[in-house]
Structure formats: structure tokens, C-alpha cells
Write a protein that binds this ligand. Structure first.
Ligand code: SF4
Length: 178
């Protein structure tokens, strides 16, 4: 069933409704997230299921996947990321325009998972900032959807000024990103 999203908080009366710019922008962004699936192994298969008819991520406005970083605002990292792949992942992240969010799906992307080895990155937050982590090996599609809903919460409540704040700039600089 398709539902119309709720209006943001505000003041209404006969013939008018007033709210803040932050809330309108947040509502629009939240319901039109374009994910870039960066899937390297088994967690990617769970993502395919998440996009299928049964779980249907399209219900949350995210059916339009982007394989171009420049037209994506949510980087979904799913699978084991080797150390060699780290710079590639970072480059993809850097090519995305602001505002951008990152969802780390599964144990491997979040912490290296069971692969505590010389060749596997022990968590993608070693190379890029992460907004939400989804636990599990593999996480079920319901968990991936829960992660997307948590991203939506962040998106909805984010101030339009956050991306130019000194704290955010310092966060990116700590990753060597400008
Ligand atoms: S977390 Fe588990 S299911 Fe996901 S990529 Fe790693 S080994 Fe595969």
C-alpha cells in the first residue's frame, strides 16, 4: 500500500500552513533517497532481496538505484572490503555530492566480520565516515530496511547548515577529505 507522507510539524489555519525550511527540505530528502549499492559479497545478495517484490525498498522512496556516485546520496556498503578496495570506496564517496550519507551493511563492512586477516579492512569507518551500522552476518532484509529507516530519520532531522558546520568539516578532514 502506498501512503502519502505526513506533513512536517508547523502551524496551520484556514488557508495556510507554515513551517521551517529545514523541515520541508528534510521531508523531501527523506522520501527520495537515491542509494548507490557498493556490494562486494554475500550481503549484496540480501540487498537484492531487499529490492525485490516481497520487501520492496521502493515503499520508502528508494527504488531508484544509482550506479553513478554523482547522482546518489546514500552509499550502501555491503560485503567484505579488502584493504586494496579501501581507496576505491573512498574515491566513490568523494565523488558523491553533499549531502551524502553512508549505511554500513553487515559485519564485514562494519568491522571486518569474521575476516580478521591482513588483507581485510576492519571496518569501512577506517576510510570514510559512517552514519548507520546494520549488524548481522548476513543481516536479513528487514534489518537492511531498518537501517534505511534510521538513515531517513537522520535525513529528516538534519539541519540544512550541518554540511557547512566546523564540526562536519573537521570530521571530513580527519579522513583526509576536503
Ligand atoms: S557479513 Fe557475513 S554475509 Fe555479509 S559479506 Fe560478510 S561474511 Fe558475507
Amino acid at each position: 500500500m502506498v501512503e502519502v507522507t505526513n506533513a512536517p510539524e508547523g502551524y496551520d489555519g484556514p488557508g495556510f500552513f507554515a513551517t521551517s525550511l529545514d523541515k520541508v527540505v528534510g521531508m523531501a530528502r527523506k522520501n527520495s533517497i537515491w542509494p548507490l549499492p557498493f556490494a562486494t559479497s554475500c550481503c549484496g545478495i540480501e540487498f537484492m532481496s531487499t529490492m525485490g517484490a516481497h520487501y520492496d525498498l521502493a515503499r520508502f522512496g528508494s527504488e531508484r538505484l544509482s550506479f553513478s556516485p554523482r547522482q546518489a546520496d546514500l552509499l550502501m556498503v555491503m560485503g567484505t572490503i579488502s584493504k586494496k578496495m579501501g581507496p576505491v570506496l573512498k574515491q566513490v564517496y568523494e565523488q558523491m555530492a553533499e549531502p551524502r550519507w553512508v549505511l554500513s551493511v553487515g559485519a564485514c563492512a562494519s568491522s571486518g566480520g569474521i575476516f580478521d586477516t591482513y588483507s581485510v579492512l576492519q571496518g569501512i569507518d577506517r576510510v570514510i565516515p559512517v552514519d548507520v551500522y546494520v549488524p548481522g552476518c548476513p543481516p536479513r532484509p528487514e534489518q537492511i530496511i531498518d537501517g534505511v529507516l534510521k538513515i531517513q530519520e537522520l535525513v529528516q532531522n538534519e539541519s540544512v547548515r550541518r554540511r557547512s558546520s566546523p564540526e562536519y568539516i573537521a570530521l571530513l578532514e580527519s579522513y583526509g577529505i576536503r
